[in-house]
Design a binder for this molecule. Structure first.
Ligand SMILES: [Mn+2]
Length: 483
């Protein structure tokens, strides 16, 4: 008898306890939802791309489309680092190019000729439509201010800005009236599950979904068309790219003026990237490659954890990102301040290869011509030095291509095979001879790459990174001024 009533009593206590906890949580949630905290809208930096330039680019893209088509452009996904930590968000390059809107969970819809949202005859027509995440004070408290639809429309000059939740509905309204739906680069096209390696094809499944929803509409990617536009830089792009390049040159210069034997590669990295940040760069355009000694022979060495020794060369392939645009610059310097005889010989070959390649960055020239020239120089010189016995062995020591576009991406997509004015390409030959290579060991552990960013014009190529010493003598001269 007694035990049953004890039981009943204990159960009652538990129930009351649970009710109290639920009540407290409910109260806290209610209070939080009524939080009076509000953040000011985000602002754009004064020197960022003018809104008119985005509009011009969108109109240029729409000029490639018929009035029977529409196009969607996606924002980037967030990338998970581990557990509940995400990598810092960076907008997709196509969104940055076409509207500059920086937030996740957004989408651009282009409707040549426009669409209406009302039945009336003189209803307003919308061509440039942006979808954004709604403003949410709880989210803003944790991860920063958001534009929200209203402010985004004021700031980015689109015809209208709607909530991302309405995107499907709007597509259902307009797509059946058109014959083609273009989509741009999709943020995560494929993924692999870890055991059987089966690919998850997001692009495929999105396309299938669209084809099912809009049976009579042709669904295809126009990311090549957008890349083709991005390949020729407009005046605003050149201005910001130059800024990214100038900042990057300053970073390289700062390391040249402070590198010392016994320093760690990561100390050089901190000087490089610290300078980028100090000069206003938001980020690096790619992981900094800073390798001394044998690490100079690893093309994409990014751990940067080793100590540099007196006789080493230090290879630095680093570029700052400024307002979305990235530079891509490589210099190789002697840790001691003076190149050894062998290092100097290899350095001058790479410089000769680079010079002969840069000379080919001209409108009308095939973009492989420069690389062919660089190969010819390096092959001939390596044969002369007896480092290779057979001409084709050059590939052991110069195993990569030596030119690519830069812009929003450090490797901007190539579409044209022939140079045109206002393309910006890198020129980056290199020679890498790690320890154990089948040649005289006096050449071992010399890895040298030189990379500059070159603007193609109607006349002479312009080396945008020319402000940074490129000749061995000039590097040694600058390094003499070290503290
Ligand atoms: Mn490069």
């Amino acid at each position: 008898m007694r035990t049953t009533s004890n039981h009943r009593f204990a159960r009652q206590i538990i129930i009351v306890g649970i009710q109290a906890v639920v009540l407290c949580l409910w109260y806290a949630a209610t209070l939080l939802a009524q939080s009076p905290l509000r953040y000011p809208a985000p602002t754009r930096e004064a020197d960022d791309t003018p809104i008119a330039a985005y509009k011009q680019r969108r109109q240029a893209l729409m000029a490639t489309m018929s009035n029977r088509s529409i196009a969607v452009v996606f924002s980037a996904d967030t990338r998970n680092r581990q557990n509940d930590v995400e990598y810092e968000y960076r907008q997709s390059s196509d969104m940055l190019y076409l509207c500059g809107f920086p937030e996740k969970e957004s989408m651009l819809l282009l409707v040549p000729g426009g669409m209406t949202f009302e039945a009336s005859l003189n209803a307003k027509r919308y061509e440039h439509i942006l979808f954004v995440a709604p403003k949410n004070p709880q989210r803003e408290l944790w991860t920063g201010v958001q534009y929200g639809a209203e402010q985004a429309q004021k700031t980015f000059g689109l015809d209208t800005v709607l909530h991302i939740a309405s995107a499907q509905e709007v597509l259902k309204r307009i797509a059946p009236l058109r014959d083609t739906l273009y989509y741009g680069t999709i943020p995560t096209a494929t993924a692999k599950e870890p055991i059987f390696g089966a690919g998850v094809q997001f692009e495929q499944s999105m396309r299938n979904g669209l084809r099912e929803a809009f049976a009579d509409v042709v669904v295809k990617s126009n990311s090549v068309t957008i890349s083709r536009m991005r390949e020729i830089k407009d005046a605003e792009e050149l201005r910001l790219l130059r800024k990214a390049i100038d900042i990057s040159c300053a970073g390289h210069r700062a390391v040249m003026q402070s590198a010392q034997p016994n320093m760690f590669e990561y100390e050089a990295e901190s000087i490089m990237e610290g300078t980028f940040r100090k000069l206003g760069a938001e980020d690096v355009g790619y992981g900094s490659i800073i390798g001394a000694g044998v690490n100079s022979c690893i093309l994409h060495y990014t751990s940067n954890r080793n100590r540099m020794k007196k006789g080493d060369v230090l290879l630095m392939d680093c570029g700052a990102e400024y307002h979305g645009y990235t530079a891509d610059i490589t210099r190789t310097i002697p840790v001691s301040g003076v190149f050894s005889k062998e290092q100097r010989i290899i350095y001058d070959i790479v410089l000769e290869a680079q010079d002969s390649s840069i000379a080919m960055c001209r409108a009308g020239v095939n973009r492989n011509a420069g690389h062919t020239r660089a190969v010819n120089v390096i092959r001939r010189r390596l044969l002369e030095l007896g480092i290779i016995k057979n001409p084709e062995e050059y590939i052991w020591y110069f195993p990569h291509g030596s030119a690519h576009n830069i812009g929003f991406d450090v490797h901007d997509r190539h579409v044209r095979t022939v140079f045109e004015p206002n393309m910006v390409t890198t020129v980056e030959p290199g020679i890498y001879i790690p320890e154990g290579s089948p040649c005289d060991k006096r050449w071992w552990n010399i890895g040298i790459r030189l990379e500059d960013d070159v603007l193609v014009t109607n006349g002479e190529p312009i080396i945008l990174s020319a402000g940074l010493p490129r000749k061995a003598d000039d590097i040694e001269k600058l390094m003499k001024k070290r503290k």
